[in-house]
Design a protein around this ligand. Structure first.
Ligand code: AMP
Length: 213
């Protein structure tokens, strides 16, 4: 199973990717998590990416394409993978195709901009492993501590309301056209990202995955 989770920031891609990854026994690849780790470690890629991320802009395609190509070549991707937050531009999607990487399913998680701005306020991520939490809809078992690795939970710098609005604008301009791109390839399914509980959304995604295109 090779799949993409598309959708605006805060749609629940990371949360759903974590569940699907466990259920399907395939890795999740989040370029956002890879970049945040690179920024934290102060690597050349991290230094290059930081100003774009802080401004809510996209990191240049050539940086992302290099990261994703390298990651997909690792052994654990052999039986499939879930891409979370990549591709984010038509150029990234075309680069993947040029490298012979195609997808069985592209799930577009949809939610209104207003709901996202509200949601982002309560979002927390693990500073160590990147696992996503939310103070209301997905609280950790112990306040401020990651359930998975015991790492410290933090608010993302780019979850400030003004940066969220910038990221939503970028999403509509640069990433949303990917829906048309994958619709033409017959792999797109649209799933509402605000159906109710996290489990309700997982069930809707699983239903879409069961249908063959
Ligand atoms: P995310 O965790 O997916 O919301 O990504 C956080 C930030 O990392 C984004 O706002 C971008 O600045 C950068 N980023 C992550 N993935 C990509 C990508 N595929 N293309 C360009 N920039 C990305």
């Amino acid at each position: 199973m090779k799949m993409i989770l598309l959708g605006p920031p805060g749609a629940g891609k990371g949360t759903q990717a974590e569940i699907l990854s466990r259920d399907l026994n395939i890795p999740t690849i989040s370029t956002g998590n890879i970049l945040r780790a690179a920024v934290k470690a102060g690597t050349p890629i991290g230094l290059k990416a930081k100003s774009f991320m802080d401004a809510g802009k996209l990191v240049p395609d050539e940086v992302i394409i290099g990261i994703i190509q390298e990651r997909l070549a690792e052994a654990d991707c052999k039986n499939g993978f879930i891409l979370d937050g990549v591709p984010r531009t038509i150029a990234q999607a075309e680069a993947l195709e040029q490298h012979g990487i195609t997808f069985d399913h592209v799930i577009s998680l949809e939610i209104s901009d207003e709901a996202i701005v509200k949601r982002m306020d309560g979002r927390r991520v693990c500073a160590h492993c990147g696992a996503p939490f939310h103070v209301e809809s997905k609280p950790p078992k112990a306040a401020g501590v990651c359930d998975l690795c015991g790492g410290e939970l933090m608010e993302r710098d780019d979850d400030k309301p003004e940066t969220v609005r910038a990221r939503l604008e970028v999403y509509h301009q640069e990433t949303e056209p990917l829906k048309e791109f994958y619709l033409k390839r017959g792999t797109l399914d649209v799933v509402p990202g605000d159906l109710g509980t996290i489990e309700d959304t997982t069930r809707a995604i699983e239903k879409a995955l069961e249908a063959s295109h």
